[in-house]
Design a protein around this ligand. Structure first.
Ligand code: PHB
Length: 398
């Protein structure tokens, strides 16, 4: 269930392994495409895509070897590649989605858009299933039922699948943040060659890029902020005062084409298996966008899940293979998930001002940033987390 990047990558990998499957997605392809999402891919995510035969990222993505941390009105470059040997790619999630959706279509994949799942059936048995309504096309409104060996819930942060995990078995770790991001797409040339994560006395701002003509910028705001109350002048004023400094850095301004508020939430659900259902991507965990980890974690889940499923099917599959083997998936992804939780929460806390922050805490955060950038060990710690923690399938795991 779910035709976002996690569901479609799994579908593509299952196809290459000859495992029959159907993808059910409640939205239209266009609705998913039009959802603006983050844009940073770790090197291992790029390898996953390239190994899967999807190499447009190498031609059209932008490799970034560093990022800047900006505070006290000064930028400090973190040389990601120099410190770790790894780079990241700026390649928006919508492009990853397009590559996967196009490839599934070209390979004749069975992806049902506008398929509304109304009920998950018989999870405790070896023939779980779903009842769903086919909302698209001439067959609109038809109720259908589908049975399978394994059901995968890759249906996003509002996951229907997650809610079918019995309350008594489910641990849901949640952390809410008292701030959000105001995100804009602007028509303007780049203001900086690499991403700039800025902490200022007026709050956080992130300068990211998209194309020669359009840029992606964010600034910290209240979670209940109403984007319609912000005209272009007010948005640029807020961004400029957050990045201002003694070095004279200014953003190149242009018309604001899109504005929205992104809420922050850290969450992890455990276990990720219940009977023959497994959760992947945002359905299993969400992170605040500061560490740019969400999509990367989802792709990493799927690579491991595909590996576990192919082993499970090879050992006999339904009725013959040991279901405990499916727990390998949760065991193998958990460490990366929690590392990413820590990294995203740490970056968020270090760079944002808490609404009720004391003067002491504000000065302490600047000292933390200063200590970090002045220490090679500190810069490397950040770079290791930002670029990811090495290959997804570790030696001996396959
Ligand atoms: C983005 O370009 O949208 C982006 C980049 C880095 C982040 C979050 C979002 O940490």
């Amino acid at each position: 269930m779910g035709g976002g990047p996690a569901g479609l990558l799994l579908s593509h990998l299952l196809h290459t392994s000859g495992i029959e499957h159907v993808v059910l997605e409640s939205r239209t392809r266009d609705e998913i495409y039009r959802t603006t999402r983050a844009g940073i891919l770790e090197a291992s995510s790029v390898s996953t895509l390239v190994d899967a035969g999807l190499d447009r990222v190498l031609r059209e993505g932008d490799r970034h070897d560093g990022i800047a941390l900006r505070f006290d009105g000064e930028s400090h470059r973190i040389d990601l590649h120099g410190l770790t040997g790894r780079a990241v790619w700026l390649y928006p999630q919508t492009e990853v989605f397009t590559d996967l959706a196009d490839r599934r279509a070209a390979d004749g994949g069975d992806v049902r858009w506008q398929a509304e799942v109304t009920e998950v059936l018989d999870l405790g048995t070896d023939h779980p299933g779903v009842r769903w309504t086919d909302a698209g096309g001439a067959a609109g409104g038809t109720e259908r039922e589908l049975r399978c060996d394994v059901l995968v819930g890759a249906d996003g942060s509002h996951s229907t699948c997650r809610h079918t995990l019995p309350e008594s078995l489910r641990r849901h770790y949640v952390h809410e943040y008292p701030y959000a991001w105001f995100g804009v797409i602007v028509e303007a040339p780049r203001s900086a060659p690499e991403l700039v994560y800025t902490a200022s006395e007026h709050g956080f701002a992130l300068i990211s890029q998209r194309t020669e003509t359009h840029q992606r910028l964010y600034f910290q705001c209240d979670p209940d902020e109403d984007p319609s109350g912000w005209d272009d002048e007010r948005i640029w004023g807020e961004l400029q005062r957050r990045v201002a400094g003694g070095d004279g850095f200014r953003l190149v301004e242009g018309p604001v084409e899109e504005r929205s508020v992104l809420r922050f939430r850290s969450s992890v659900v455990e276990p990720v298996r219940h009977g023959r259902m497994l959760l992947a991507g945002d359905a299993a965990h969400t992170v605040p966008p500061t560490g740019a980890k969400g999509l990367n974690l989802a792709l990493a889940d799927v690579v491991v899940l595909h590996d576990v499923l192919t082993t499970w099917f090879a050992r006999g599959g339904n009725g013959r293979a040991d279901d405990d083997l499916l727990d390998e998936y949760g065991r193998r992804v958990s460490e990366r998930v929690w590392r990413a939780q820590h990294f995203s929460a740490w970056m968020s806390r270090m760079l944002h001002s808490h609404p009720a922050e004391s003067g002491f805490e504000a000065r302490r955060r600047v000292a933390e940033l200063r200590t970090l950038v002045d220490s090679e060990a500190g810069r490397r710690f950040l770079a290791e987390g930002y670029t990811g923690w090495g290959p997804i399938i570790t030696e001996g795991a396959m």
